[in-house]
Design a binder for this molecule. Sequence first.
Ligand code: F6P
Length: 533
Amino acid sequence: MKPRDPAAEAALAATVGPRPSLRGLFAEDAERAAAFAFEAEGLRLDLSKQRISRAHLVALLAFARARGIEPARDALFAGAIVNPTEGRAALHSALRGFGGDAAAQAEIAAARDKARAFKSTFDADPRLGGAEPVEAIVHLGTGGSDLGPRMALDALKAYRRPGLQVRFAANIDPEDLADALDGLNPRRTLLLVASKTFSTLETMANGVAARAWLQDALGEEAAGRRLAAVTAKPAAAQAWGVAKEAIFPFWDWVGGRYSLWSSVSLAVELALEPGVFDAFLAGARGMDAHFQATPLESNLPVLAALTAHWNRAVLGHASTATIVYAHRLRLLVDWLQQLEMESNGKGVDLSGVPLPTPAAGVSWGGVGASAQHSFFQLLHQGVQEIPLDIIFLETADAARKDDFTALNANALAQARALFAGKDRATVEAEMAARGQSAETIAALSPHQAFRGDRPSTLLSLNALTPQTLGALLAFYEHRTVTQAWLAGVNPFDQWGVELGKTMATSLIGALKGADASGLDPSTAAWVERLRRV
Ligand code: F6P
C-alpha cells in the first residue's frame, strides 16, 4: 500500500526496449511454454503468449517487491486498515476462513452458524413458519449485492437441490421485478433483500414493491414471515419489517464487490445441496493460502497482476477482454467488470496525486465460442491490440465429450490465431493455388491477411466444481487488489459512484415538479420534456 513511485515506474518502463514479437520470444526460448505456465488450486495459468520476456519478468518481479506487495499482502490478511480513504480493513478472505483478527473471526463464525442453521431448518421444513413451503426465493440487490450470488448460482447449477427456484431483480426498471415475480406464488416465496447500506435506491424500491406484492396476498403479519435481509444496517431492516432472526450480517470491512462469500449469497447456499457452499469457500481459502505463502515467482494472482500492469501501464493497452469458453461461467464477465472497474477505476494515487496512466484497463468480454461470431473480428484485424484472458475447462460432462472437445479446440484456436496471424504472402499463395487471378489476389489479399502477434492468457480449470469456482474468483480478487498496489491506488473505495446517486435523487424531485433551477441546459430541457409525459 505504498504511494506511487514514479522512479520505479520509469525504471520498469525502461526495461521494455524494442517491443519483442511473440514469435520472437518463443524462437529465442525453447522452454518458454513451460516456463510461463503456473498451477495452483486446480487452475493453470499460461502466460507464454503475453509480450513478456524472461528479462521483463525479472524486472516485473523486482518492481512488485519494490512496490511492497509482500507486506501489503500480509497487512490485508492481518486485518490492517488497507482502505485508508474509508478507514477500514478489507476482510473478504476472512469470510472464507483465512486471516482476520479474533474478533472478526468470531463474528464470521457466528454468521456462518446462523446461515447453516437457517439452511438446515429450511432443508428439513421449507415452510419456514408459514402455512406453505417456500418454492422460490426472490433475491433483491444490486452491484456487489447481486452480481456475485447471481453468477455463483448459475455456475453451480449441477449442485442445486431440487424444488427451489431463485430469481434475481437488480434494476429499478419495474420490468426487472415483474420478470422476477412472474408466475410465482406469494404464499410460497421468500423475499430476500441484500443491501449493505439498506438504502440503495434500486434495491429499496424493488423491496417496497415486492413486499407489497407479498402483503396483498398474505396480509402484513404472514408477509413478515416471508421477509429476510442481509445488511450492515440491521436496525433499518428491522424497522422495514424483517424479523430479527431473519437478518443476516454484512460488515463495513467487506466491500460490496468482494462480498459474495458472506450471507449476501444466502440464497445461493439455500439453493445448493448441503456442503456445497462450504466447498466453494474452501476453494477460495486454498487460493488465499497460495497467494499469501507462494513466492512471487510462481504466485498466480501476482503474476497475472504483473501481466495486467505491464499491458496497461507499460505497453499502453486500454482494455482487456475475458472470454469464457464455459457456458456455466457466462456471468463471470459481469462480476469481474465490477470487481476490476469499481476497484481500480481511480484517478488519483493513495496520496491524492493524479495518475499519469490509468491504474487498470477497461474490463469487458463475452462467452466463447459465440463471441467469435460477434466481436472477434476486431480482436483479429482491428487496429488496436486487446489482450485477452481465455478461460476454459479441462474436463467436463462426459456425455457430451465431442462438443466440449470442439469448444476447447475453439478456445485454443483463437489464442493461436491471434498469436500466429496469417501473412500476406501466405494469403496470396493460397489464393493463387485456388486459381484466383493476379488482379483479385492484389485486391483481396490485404483484407484477408492477419498481422497476428496479439497477446492472450490461457486460464484453465481442471473442472468446474465448487472448489475451483471459489479458487477462480479468489484468484481474480487477489489479482485486482495486487494490480491496485502496483499502480498505487486504493482498490476498496468507490467514491466515483456517489455523485450520480445524489443527482438522481434530486432529479426524481425535479421530474415530479420540484424546483429544477441550477441544472445544465441539456438536463433542464430533458426535465422539461419528461415532466410532460
Ligand atoms: O453504487 C455502487 C455500490 O455502492 C456498490 O459498490 C455496491 O456493491 C452496490 O452499490 C450495492 O450497494 P448496497 O449493497 O449497499 O445496496
